[in-house]
Write a protein that binds this ligand. Structure first.
Ligand SMILES: Cc1cc2nc3c(=O)[nH]c(=O)nc-3n(C[C@H](O)[C@H](O)[C@H](O)COP(=O)(O)OP(=O)(O)OC[C@H]3O[C@@H](n4cnc5c(N)ncnc54)[C@H](O)[C@@H]3O)c2cc1C
Length: 505
């Protein structure tokens, strides 16, 4: 019900789109807004039966645990249903002179300018893989192929933060079942017309079969087509000057076809001639994707390269070619239309941030509406700032992987590492980090996805270090005792999965 032109009350929400963003948003809003049965909000999810979901989105960050818990689904049911495994870190290979380095999720409580870190820097001014080995437990457990938690520990809990690898299509099914059982109305209908009032609000959605859908708030989760948002807030910003990749060729290799030696508890991101390759191990299959730049490599060439890397056992496996763009909608929320997921923006999946952005958006909307179910222009302006800040942070952090690499061996790497590709917010920082290590003062936003440690793992892993000599007193930081305790408790990743979830094919 519209209270006045600028102040709206929300009793009904229509979420359009049945991909991960649609179902994640609908389930989160349902769980958070319908906690209080005296003020129910009716949530309807409308999804086109014939438009497929994008079907990728397999690596996550640790906040997914909080989201799934808030939705109310059990970890075991989710992991079985979504073919999920654990993810403790991302291992970057060949981003710099053949060495690998890790971006693990564990963070040590420690002061800025930690004497142990300075002491390590004074001795290792070339950087490299040693930093995460020295300072992260998960980097060590991952190398040994261990799970990030012990058997029998409570759901969603461990002493270390962890995330999952999952099958995005199966996650959608898990959430569909859970959401519909918990009161979300599910309609299979393709929206073909968006009726807009003179003031610029959506008045109704009309489907192919002539049905009309009305709500107080409309959430556009229709993916890159942004079927609602393109009418209400069409302006978008293209960020492809900062990140060159715009295609992915993906392949699924079932374990019946080829079984790796171990089911890795981490995402592998290996740099190739015109981009990078993800290798993600789920419970029943491996997922591979060559993310590349179409200006430097054709889709056919990328597929051929992927097939050579994977080997003859994949000869009969079909691949999927996906086009994407690095972009952000100028407004994520305008009047009674809100865009979440690919409809709002996208940054290549190097740091697994797609699902995070939608969880963050849905969670924030739930927090905003929970109090009095109202929104107005001030609400939407504030939300838009929040989403732009998050996007800028993610864009900058992902761009850093290219900007700090020393690779110049192909036209792609020469182009991707060029200094004019640096986002404005990083231009001074990259100069500063050549003089001194990164510090919390460099990272301003309150809503940071990437902590100071994330910047350290990346910059020191890449060998992007202070050029002058660092003088620091020697400090011994020894995690041997901690590691030995963890090794004694945490089982092999595969053992955890089969003991807790059942047999792995
Ligand atoms: C190559 C690639 C790799 C990725 N990897 C990761 C990753 O590892 N980790 C991660 O977190 N994220 C990743 N992402 C992002 C992730 O895939 C998406 O964020 C996520 O799947 C959400 O997609 P979506 O729901 O917004 O859109 P989609 O999955 O495209 O869903 C769109 C939905 O809208 C419906 N629809 C469309 N038009 C209409 C209409 N007119 N009427 C009704 N319904 C309609 C469709 O039927 C569909 O249900 C990746 C993305 C790409 C491109």
């Amino acid at each position: 019900m519209v209270v006045n032109a600028d102040n709206k009350q929300v009793k009904t929400i229509a979420v359009v789109g049945g991909g991960s963003s649609g179902w994640m948003t609908a389930c989160l809003l349902n769980a958070r807004l319908n906690e209080d049965p005296r003020r129910p909000v009716t949530i309807t999810l409308i999804e086109a039966p014939n438009i497929p979901v994008i079907g990728v989105g397999e690596a996550t960050v640790p906040s997914i645990r909080r989201t799934l818990k808030a939705i109310g689904i059990s970890e075991k049911a989710f992991m079985i249903g979504a073919d999920a495994t654990f993810k403790s870190l991302i291992r970057f290979e060949d981003w710099n002179k053949g060495e690998h380095f890790d971006h693990p999720f564990d963070r040590r409580e420690r002061p800025n300018s930690d004497p142990a870190v300075l002491s390590w820097l004074a001795r290792n001014q070339m950087g490299g893989e040693g930093f995460s080995n020295r300072f992260s437990v998960l980097s060590n457990t991952s190398t040994k192929g261990l799970a990030p938690k012990a058997l029998g520990w409570p759901e969603y809990q461990s002493t270390f933060p962890y995330a999952y690898h999952l099958d995005a299509v199966k996650l959608g099914k898990v959430l569909t079942e859970f959401g519909t059982e918990n009161g979300i109305a599910h309609k299979l209908a393709k929206i073909v017309n968006v009726e807009i009032s003179e003031a610029g609000d959506i008045e109704a959605l009309v489907s192919e079969d002539g049905a009309s859908y009305r709500a107080d708030l409309y959430v556009d989760c229709t993916g890159f087509s942004a079927h609602l948002a393109k009418h209400i807030m069409p302006e978008t910003q293209d960020y492809s000057e900062h990140l060159l990749c715009d295609r992915a060729v993906t392949m699924s290799v079932p374990y019946e076809v080829h079984r790796p030696d171990r089911i890795l508890p981490y995402t592998s991101a290996k740099a190739l001639g015109a981009g990078w390759l993800w290798d993600i191990n789920l419970r029943s299959r491996r997922s591979l994707g060559y993310v590349h730049s179409s200006a430097h490599l054709s889709s056919d060439e990328a597929e051929a390269e992927l097939r050579v890397i994977e080997g003859r056992h994949a000869d009969n496996i079909e691949v999927k070619h996906i086009r994407f763009k690095t972009y952000k909608r100028n407004k994520s929320w305008h009047r009674n239309c809100l865009a979440i997921g690919l409809a709002d923006g996208f940054v290549e999946p190097l740091e697994s941030t797609g699902l995070y952005m939608m969880q963050f958006a849905a969670q924030s909307v739930a927090d905003i509406l929970r109090f009095n179910r109202h929104f107005d222009a001030a609400t939407t302006n504030q939300f838009n700032k929040l989403m732009q800040t998050l996007f800028d942070e993610i864009l900058g952090y992902v761009a850093l992987h290219y900007l700090t690499s020393k690779r110049r061996d192909t036209p792609f790497w020469k182009d991707a590492t060029a200094s004019h590709r640096t986002p404005a917010a990083l231009q001074n920082l990259l100069k500063e980090w050549k003089k001194r290590p990164p510090h919390d003062v460099d990272l301003l936003s309150n809503h940071r996805l990437f902590s100071l440690e994330s910047y350290e793992y990346l910059l020191f892993g890449m060998g992007y270090m202070s050029e002058g000599q660092i003088n620091a007193a020697p400090v011994v930081f020894d995690q041997t005792d901690m590691l030995n305790k963890v090794y004694a408790k945490f089982p092999e990743h595969e053992d955890w999965l089969s003991s807790t979830l059942g047999h792995i094919k």
